[in-house]
Ligand binder design. Structure first.
Ligand SMILES: [Zn+2]
Length: 306
């Protein structure tokens, strides 16, 4: 959908472990610990990393949880027969019988906020997150430690008999960094992302495996957020405004967006002109201001979601 790039928000997210972190490799190894952090070769060294897909899953479940708290029926339950995927599949088949097609606009319009932001079987999400790599170039053995875990019986939830396994975890105090992008976003989606940021900075979001057993405490940190546009597309925009997708669509509500999709900030952020691009750069006070305003917009929009 939307082959044009209308707006884009990007930032570097630093994640520092404040306790042991376990990121499952997703497959059983015939040797060594039963569950190990994900490894890759980078700069000729074996290194641990946090897959972007795993972070995206964490972001999504956190946003879903918050939306459910604000307005329970607004968000679908994935893999449930009332999910957006099921609903859109039914709609697609119905339209097909009438020799019509399900358009990207309708798919987006008919999707719940979580699917609109993170994607579904019908379109890719607005958010993309890269793999998070160590901020320092170092040997993996300095960053991991072995732990004993007690095997959990998958049926009873109790300790399985004789099942003791070893865990290789990433130690506390290890920092990773990744790039986060949000493209062609509605303002409330920017707010959802800023909310995840705030909660990560406050240590409220755990990542990796074994979260219920106390693993995965992290702190997030972002020092700068850029919002950029292609200049000719934003004629008439004032320096303190952020334009969302609905504002660009200019009265065309086929995506289910609103024409007043604009965030007006009390203070204009730093402005950078680079070639054809226009960048709003948020840091320190202007970043705090952005988070507060965007999160407020998100809460309002989600509470009123039909
Ligand atoms: Zn959905």
């Amino acid at each position: 959908m939307l082959k044009k790039l209308l707006n884009e928000c990007r930032f570097s997210l630093q994640i520092t472990t404040s306790g042991p972190l376990l990121v499952k490799s997703g497959y059983a190894t015939p040797y060594g610990p039963d569950m190990t952090p994900v490894l890759t070769y980078r700069n000729n060294k074996e290194q641990v990393f946090i897959p972007g897909s795993s972070l995206k899953g964490v972001f999504r479940s956190h946003v879903e949880k918050v939306i459910r708290t604000l307005n329970e029926p607004a968000v679908c339950v994935l893999f449930d027969n009332t999910s957006c995927n099921t609903k859109l599949q039914d709609m697609k088949e119905r339209l097909k019988r009438e020799s019509r097609e399900l358009t990207n606009e309708t798919a987006y319009d008919q999707s719940c906020p979580a699917c609109r932001l993170f994607g579904s079987m019908f379109f890719i999400g607005r958010v993309s997150i890269g793999d998070a790599y160590l901020t320092e170039n170092a040997d993996v053995t300095r960053y991991t430690e072995d732990r004993d875990g007690v095997g959990i019986d998958r049926f009873s939830g109790g300790a399985a008999q004789g099942a003791k396994f070893e865990l290789k975890v990433i130690r506390a105090g290890v920092s990773f960094e990744t790039d986060v992008y949000l493209r062609n976003f509605e303002i409330w989606q920017l707010g959802a992302l800023m909310l995840v940021l705030q909660d990560m900075e406050d240590g409220l979001i755990r990542i990796g495996s074994g979260r219920s057993r106390g693993l995965g405490d992290v702190r997030g940190n972002v020092s700068q957020v850029d919002v950029q546009y292609i200049r000719p597309a934003i004629t008439g925009k004032s320096a303190g405004e952020i334009w969302g997708l609905g504002r660009f669509l200019n009265g065309d509500d086929s995506y289910g967006t609103r024409s007043d999709d604009v965030l007006t900030l009390t203070e204009a952020p730093a402005h950078i002109a680079r070639g054809i691009r226009d960048i709003q750069r948020f840091s320190e006070d202007s970043l705090i201001n952005l988070k507060e305003s965007a999160v407020g917009h998100f809460v309002q929009r989600v509470q009123g979601w039909e």
